[in-house]
Design a protein around this ligand. Structure first.
Ligand SMILES: Cc1cc2nc3c(=O)[nH]c(=O)nc-3n(C[C@H](O)[C@H](O)[C@H](O)COP(=O)(O)OP(=O)(O)OC[C@H]3O[C@@H](n4cnc5c(N)ncnc54)[C@H](O)[C@@H]3O)c2cc1C
Length: 398
């Protein structure tokens, strides 16, 4: 049986980054990907905050499509509010190329890459884990000291090893299609219970004359996407049939523990997604770096107990735990607002030039808590409305 210090399940961004860091830490690393290549099928709108790109440690040239400087929010009743900065706030990227570039970096650092290799089972034998890889005649057993589950939202292996599921999984659907783009440096965000119950819909400019139009919501997203594409908001701007359809789950809210005996969960498998925007690349990469480093040290010490691996838990929560918790509160508040409250809030904010300027300057899609904290003392009527909503929904938000 082949033996490794660290085995990573899944060659998405979190898995490739964890494998790279574990290999850089001196571990003997293998990474398994069930598909024939990394980055496919794409399950992403490809909007990365500037910090996400920095965390990737990749030169942006190959996969960046365009810069984004702001966002336009459209309330259910059609009230609009725009935030546009002088600075680049985010990038629209090609996830296929991005994921492949990250995996190539992991391989360059020494990780062994095994594609078309689904991990179908995991058992703990003494102080090691045995992974079952492949199906029927091709099946082989691989031994590893530490396993990193970077399986994405489903995380079947992590669950079977005792890591709890995330708190909530939203359904998401998106099409890429020829579209009349109003401002190629702005994304559009559509709010409302009829549009996307519990979350929001988006139109993101991609390559010339093409946009990614999609949504995430509590219910099955596909019927909502069909309805969005037929709505007056969108229909008149469509210039051709869909080029690419994306469907997937968006996991929100990590559970109390993201480690168990011999295993660490990272990225979507651990619910490390920003509940405000649904962005998982930035938190996934930050946590994957910690996961890779801790896994390499634990393997070197010959101790893959849950107690040893809890260093990962402590470190990622001190880096991002508060951000994700605050994000979850904001997400739940938004989810329980009715359309009238959403209209009122957008209208109140639209009248506050000072707050809009502050958000344009300080707004950070990867660390939204910073702008929220800065704006809180200056919110006035807008803040009062938020407090009323908080009180009305106190039970749901807990
Ligand atoms: C519609 C949609 C739009 C999104 N838009 C954005 C966005 O604009 N910006 C952003 O930051 N985030 C976005 N996200 C979230 C983002 O896509 C995820 O957070 C991110 O892909 C998570 O990375 P990951 O490496 O944890 O998991 P994944 O990218 O899901 O990778 C998991 C990998 O594991 C492999 N795998 C799974 N099980 C096994 C197994 N048993 N054996 C072997 N391989 C296995 C899978 O094939 C896959 O390659 C979006 C999500 C959705 C659904």
């Amino acid at each position: 049986m082949e033996r490794y210090d660290v085995a990573v399940i899944g060659a998405g961004p979190a898995g490739s980054m964890a494998a790279k860091k574990a290999a850089e830490g001196g571990a003997d690393v293998v990474i398994f990907e069930e598909h024939p290549r990394a980055g496919w099928p794409v399950q992403c709108a490809g909007l990365f905050g500037v910090r996400a790109l920095e965390e990737s440690e990749l030169p942006p040239a190959k996969f960046v499509i365009r810069p984004v400087r702001g966002a336009m929010f459209i309330s259910p009743g059609g009230v609009q509010i725009a935030f546009k900065s002088q600075e680049v706030k985010a990038w629209v990227v090609d996830r296929r190329i991005f994921d492949r570039a990250l995996l190539a970096e992991a391989a360059r650092s020494g990780a062994e890459v095994m594609i078309r290799s689904p991990v179908t089972g995991l058992v703990r034998e003494g102080d090691r884990s045995v992974l079952k890889v492949g199906h029927s005649v091709d099946r082989q057993n691989i031994e590893a000291r530490v396993v990193i589950s970077a399986e994405g939202a489903g995380a079947r292996i992590a669950r079977s090893a005792g890591i709890d599921p995330v708190r909530e999984i939203l359904s998401s659907a998106q099409v890429e299609l020829p579209f009349e783009i109003e401002d190629p440096e702005m994304v559009e965000v559509f709010l409302g219970r009829d549009v996307a119950p519990g979350f929001f819909a988006w139109a993101i400019p991609a390559s010339e004359g093409v946009a990614r139009v999609g949504l995430s919501c509590r219910n099955n997203a596909c019927p909502y996407l069909k309805r969005l594409l037929k709505s007056p908001l969108i229909r008149s701007r469509i210039r051709g049939g869909p080029l690419h359809l994306v469907v997937g789950g968006l996991p929100l809210g990590p559970h109390a523990s993201t480690v168990a005996e011999g295993i660490i969960a990272v990225g979507d498998a651990a619910g490390q997604v920003k509940p405000t925007s649904g962005g998982g690349i930035y938190p996934g990469l930050v946590c994957a770096k910690i996961a890779g480093k801790v896994a390499a040290s634990a393997a070197r010490e010959g101790d893959a107990s849950a107690t040893r691996l809890s260093e990962y838990e402590r470190r990622w929560r001190s880096e991002l735990g508060r951000e994700l918790r605050l994000g979850m509160i904001v997400h739940r508040m938004r989810a329980c607002m009715n359309d009238r409250e959403l209209d009122d809030l957008v209208r109140l904010l639209a009248d506050r030039d000072d707050l809009i300027r502050m958000i344009e300057e300080e707004g950070d899609i990867d660390r939204p808590s910073r702008a929220i904290k800065k704006a809180a003392p200056r919110m006035g009527l807008f803040g009062l409305s938020m407090v009323k909503i908080l009180l009305r929904n106190y039970r749901t938000l807990k």
